[in-house]
Design a protein around this ligand. Structure first.
Ligand code: PA5
Length: 447
């Protein structure tokens, strides 16, 4: 198997090799701390060895459950928010035909999402769409108590039961949740749903390689074995015995911290393929929720190029010089298409005739990188040989491992998220949830 590559050459005019290598000891020691389980958040390190520890029995169970849903459903609704949906959506979008949803007949069930917002129109339109469909539900919540997915599940479960009857609906619902706690676990036990467990030791944003991500990805028709094999390859490469300069996770963590200390407070993840949009969303959650603490942390942003070169491109080229970019570069597209020649050449494009469309894209990528570096934006590159399960698996694990190392270098706990509770408390107080009486009184006094 080839390996994805990290290229930091285009940071050299902003931060010297010496400065990056001054983080070597910290990065290696952060990696050791992760593996020894002696750092902050050490009860959430189950993701470290997930790829290599997944048993054949677990994989076969996931595949069998996925096949049941594939056989019986035209549409599968994946309910979840944050880490309970972004990994699956990122991988499924990256691997799917861009027009799968628009095609009249599907080889694979269509995967749609709910529980990641509280938009009434979104939920109404989803229910309308599902009225004529044979659908199933994968309800994912580690805590089993998160409001957004719980609300969506209540609505969609009742619709499914009304459309199919309670007994048939029961076979089309799978819950992924805690082994014992939470309302979703209680409901699943009472209703007899098929369930998969999210281990206590794996936090939401590190859960893509658990049933949280693997079940929807398998339902969508992709190889979870290849995804895990890619991740396992990276697990080995990013291990504690690998020297710093050959460990991409350690080198990435060191480089971004060196840039951050040099005043680059924003990292922009860039892609040149629209299918990768949700890889950016997954990455933003991973790094934002892991590092944004104690009034520290790089702000993670993401753009889709060349689309956003016609909007955010201006800011990136000439705005405040507080940013750096990390580009996900796909070496070889999965399809081949050449620009046709045109005798009249009224559009003036004959200079491209015979060239691959990807060559045009690659020159846009190279030209953008050179322009941004000239404009004061350091550039890192993560190169994937192709867009498939193997290399996506490698990339997911690479970013997870680098996030753990980077968080420890920064001096925060990369595995908690105390800040996300603030909005929930206010929302429950405003909605007058039982138990929140005093908070309701206090918040209403502020209005
Ligand atoms: O990464 C995280 O921990 C969060 O984004 C959670 O995944 C998200 O809040 C959903 O939580 P739960 O799976 O408990 O419903």
């Amino acid at each position: 198997m080839k390996t994805i590559k990290l290229n930091i050459d285009k940071t050299s005019s902003f931060v010297s090799k010496e400065v990056i290598y001054s983080y070597e000891e910290q990065a290696n020691s952060a990696n050791d701390t992760l593996h020894e389980g002696t750092g902050a958040g050490n009860d959430f390190l189950g993701w470290l060895h997930l790829p290599s520890s997944m048993s054949e029995e677990e994989i076969a169970d996931l595949e069998a459950t996925a096949n049941t849903l594939r056989q019986h459903c035209e549409v599968v609704v994946v309910i979840g928010i944050g880490g309970s949906y972004l990994g699956a959506k990122a991988v499924i979008d990256a691997l799917s035909n861009s027009f799968e949803a628009q095609q009249a007949s599907h080889k694979n069930p269509l995967i749609v999402y709910a529980g990641h917002n509280i938009g009434e129109d979104y939920l109404f339109e989803l229910q309308e769409f599902l009225k004529t469909k044979k659908f199933g539900i994968i309800s994912i919540s580690k805590s089993g108590t998160t409001t957004e997915p719980a609300l969506a599940f209540r609505l969609l479960r009742s619709q499914l039961e009304a459309q199919q009857g309670k007994a048939a609906a029961q076979k089309l619902i799978v819950a992924v949740t805690d082994k014992a706690k939470g309302a979703l676990r209680t409901l699943a036990t009472q209703e007899g749903y098929k369930t998969f467990v999210i281990e206590d030791s794996v936090g939401g944003r590190y859960s893509v390689l658990t049933p949280v991500g693997l079940l929807p990805i398998a339902v969508a028709g992709f190889s979870i074995r290849d995804l895990l094999a890619g991740a396992m390859h990276m697990e080995t490469i990013c291990g504690t015995t690998t020297p710093f300069d050959q460990n991409p996770a350690a080198l990435y963590a060191a480089t971004r911290n060196a840039l951050y200390q040099g005043g680059k407070k924003i990292e922009i993840l860039v892609n040149f393929h629209p299918k990768l949009h949700f890889i950016g969303e997954w990455w933003k959650q991973l790094y934002g929720e892991s590092e944004g603490k104690e009034h520290k942390g790089i702000f993670p942003a993401a753009v889709d190029f060349t689309t956003d070169l016609h909007s955010m491109g201006q800011w990136i080229q000439e705005g405040e010089r507080s940013i750096f970019e990390t580009v996900i570069s796909i070496q070889q597209p999965n399809h081949e298409m050449r620009v046709p020649s045109d005798e009249a050449n009224l559009d003036g494009l004959n200079f491209l005739a015979g060239k691959r469309v990807d060559e045009v894209n690659k020159m846009a990528e190279l030209g953008t990188m050179l322009a941004h570096v000239d404009g004061g934006v350091p550039n890192l590159k993560v190169e994937l040989p192709e867009l498939n399960e193997l290399y996506l698996g490698q990339m997911l694990y690479f970013f997870e491992k680098a996030c753990g190392i980077s968080g420890y270098i920064l001096g925060i706990n990369p595995f908690d998220q105390p800040g996300v509770e603030a909005y929930k408390k206010n929302m429950f107080a405003l909605l007058e949830k039982p138990g929140y009486e005093a908070a309701t009184k206090a918040i209403k006094a502020k209005l």
